[in-house]
Structures are given as C-alpha cells and as structure tokens.
Design a protein around this ligand. Structure first.
Ligand SMILES: [Zn+2]
Ligand SMILES: [Zn+2]
Length: 267
C-alpha cells in the first residue's frame, strides 16, 4: 500500500484531556497514530476522560513526557504497563522521574533539539525554562502541518518562539494573572517561584508571545495550565484577546482541569 504521507485527507486532532497543576494530558492523533503528551492524571481518570471524548485508549501508540513534575507523569507508569506503550522522555526526566514511574519496559530517551518519530508523527522537542531536570516543549508535525505545545515555562526564549512559529494550532500556557498571584493566598516563596524564569507564563507573557508568533495560518489557540487559584478563564481570555487583531481569524479555547476540552480538528 502506498504511503499516505501526502494524503490531503490526513487530519490532525487535539484534545486536551486535562490542564492545570492537578494534572495534564493532551491527546494528539492523525487518524492512524495516537499519542499522549503527558499523562498527569491517574491511569483510570485518563481512561475515563478518553472514553468521554470518544477516543479509543487501545489505539494509543506512545506517551511523550515533557518533564518529571507529578502533574505530568502521574499516570505514565500505569498506562505504559497496562497498554504496553513506549514512553519517550529526556534522560534528565527519566532520572528525575524514576522513583515515581515504576517499571517502564519500552523507555525511549530523546535529546532536546533532536526530532524523533512515532510512526507518521514527527515530534520535535525544544528546551523550555522551567524548574525541572531537562524539560521540553514540543511541536508535533504531520504532512507539513504543525502543532506547538508550550506549557510549564517561565519565559518564552527566542528558541521557544522559533519553534512555535508556523504552527496551525498552539497549546499555550496562560498560568496566572499577575495581580491575582500577588494578592492571592500562596506563600511568598511559591509566588516567587511561579513568577521566576523557571516558573510559569502569566496571561500577559502569553499575550506578548502570541503577538510575536501569530501568523495567517494559525487556526486555533488553546490556553492551558491555568491556575485555579490565581487565574480565571475570563481573565486569561481577556488578556489574550489584546493580542488578537481585527484580521486574525484563529479560534481561542481554554483548557480546564476538571474535564476534557472539545476535540479540535485541523482540516
Ligand atoms: Zn505542570
Ligand atoms: Zn512543571
């Protein structure tokens, strides 16, 4: 059978199963290959959310892990063992996460800056500034179409912007409203950590980043990793809309913690 790498019907779809400090997981598929980027809910909860979104967990091909924080890896070990899945992560993440993952039979280590493939999906990990051992953001490409994922980063470096250019869909962190964080209940050291270069992007950081990287081919922006304490979906949307010009045609979505988002399909 001929390869369908130029198949014009090939569609990429994205469903954020959960997003926030209590757990993150993003399902990406092209109709044939299906991956999770992070699995930070319990295995059973990921099963439940995939079923709710009409996604067949038996069809998963791999789990790709961004970094070792528990809100990104909680379900990785269980799912990898239950569904015999390969797991991709950096060496640093594998070392830092070892105690939390349990046995992983098919562990694939990738290097930041070096693309790898899960079947037809090309995955390009790039460096992000975050307080983890060797954390990654990703682009996932298929047939010349590209999705960018950048959550858990304190600043958007030139490298991050470079990778996120020309994506049709972006999953972008909008973690906190700076005033809510400042006046909120978190202890001072935690507030400092969140605002630091190794913490999380605020709504305003995200707005500025989007203002720089948006382009005519951008169709969807999913705001992600919103703090339940220091942000609201309304505040995030309001800030981000400041980056949206009259001629921009992309759709804005907000991913949430308690349920999966709508399936977004790139046609
Ligand atoms: Zn996180
Ligand atoms: Zn993190």
């Amino acid at each position: 059978m001929a390869s369908d790498s130029s198949d014009p019907d090939c569609t990429l779809s994205v469903c954020v199963l959960a997003s926030g400090s209590k757990g993150n997981a993003i399902h990406i598929g092209d109709g044939r290959t299906h991956i999770l980027v992070d699995a930070g809910l319990s295995g059973i909860e990921i099963q439940r959310r995939m079923a709710a979104a009409n996604l067949d967990i038996e069809k998963l091909n791999a789990i790709v892990v961004s970094h070792e924080h528990s809100d990104h890896i909680r379900g990785v070990g269980v799912l990898a063992r239950r569904y015999d899945l390969p797991v991709y992560m950096t060496r640093g993440t594998a070392t830092a996460a070892a105690g939390q993952l349990g046995r992983i039979d098919k562990l694939h280590r990738f290097d930041i800056g070096h693309a790898f493939a899960v079947d037809e999906l090309a995955i390009h990990p790039f460096s992000v500034s975050h307080d983890a051992r060797d954390p990654a953001g990703f682009t996932v490409s298929r047939n010349g179409r590209k999705i960018g994922i950048a959550t858990d980063l304190g600043i958007a470096t030139g490298m991050v912007k470079q990778h996120l250019k020309a994506c049709e869909l972006l999953v972008l962190e909008a973690n906190h409203d700076p005033l809510m964080l400042k006046n909120g209940p978190y202890p001072w050291p935690l507030k400092q950590r969140i605002q630091s270069r190794n913490g999380h992007l605020s709504n305003q950081d995200s707005r500025d980043l989007l203002g720089e990287i948006k382009h005519d081919g951008l169709c969807h922006v999913i705001l992600a990793h919103l703090s339940e304490t220091n942000n609201t979906p309304e505040k995030a949307l309001q800030s981000i809309q400041e980056a949206v010009g009259g001629e921009d045609r992309f759709e804005l979505h907000v991913a949430c913690q308690e349920r999966c988002s709508d399936l977004v399909v790139l046609r």
